[in-house]
Write a protein of this length. Structure first.
Length: 161
């Protein structure tokens, strides 16, 4: 049973004392994930994390998917966008084995993976989200959403050009 306040907090003490090569998988499901200062709301987060004992530390491999609500840059309509991401990080046993991420196995053997999950999701959000590949956008004359219908200005623009 996971802690509802810290759903990505794992006690990995048993993995630290296990032999090299031992691994364990953890499944996750969370209906929403958001912070007060975060303007991105993730919903329907599903994933699996595999933690393997290595001589250097604990190798954490995760695969996740979720949905977020975005605004299309062409038509300004809101839509649900599916995200998929994965990550691989090493939580080192000592400073000698630390990777560029600088992660160490905490003394209390409690790994909080929330930052890894959130950062992976944020990296997958498109800079210029588009609701669908054939989105027509807005009319430059009147501002009507051209996906809803033709306003008559598009033909005028084509003749002027």
């Amino acid at each position: 049973m996971t802690n509802p306040r810290k759903p990505f907090l794992l006690n990995v003490g048993f993995l630290i004392s296990a032999s090299t090569g031992y691994n364990r998988e953890f499944d996750f499901y969370l209906s929403t994930l958001s912070e007060e200062d975060d303007d991105v709301l993730l919903s329907e987060i599903q994933g699996r994390v595999k933690i393997s004992r290595t001589p250097q530390g604990l190798l954490v491999e995760g695969k996740f998917n979720a949905q977020t609500h975005l605004e299309c840059v062409r038509c300004l309509e809101e839509y649900d966008h599916k995200l998929q991401w994965s990550f691989t990080e090493l939580y080192a046993f000592s400073l000698n084995n630390v990777t560029d991420s600088g992660l160490l196995v905490p003394d209390d053997a409690q790994l909080d993976l929330e930052d890894l999950v959130r950062d992976g999701a944020l990296l997958e959000i498109p800079i210029s989200p588009i609701c669908k590949p054939d989105c027509q956008g807005l009319c430059i004359e009147c501002g009507q959403n051209l996906n809803m219908g033709d306003c008559g200005h598009v033909e005028l623009q084509d003749k002027i050009s």
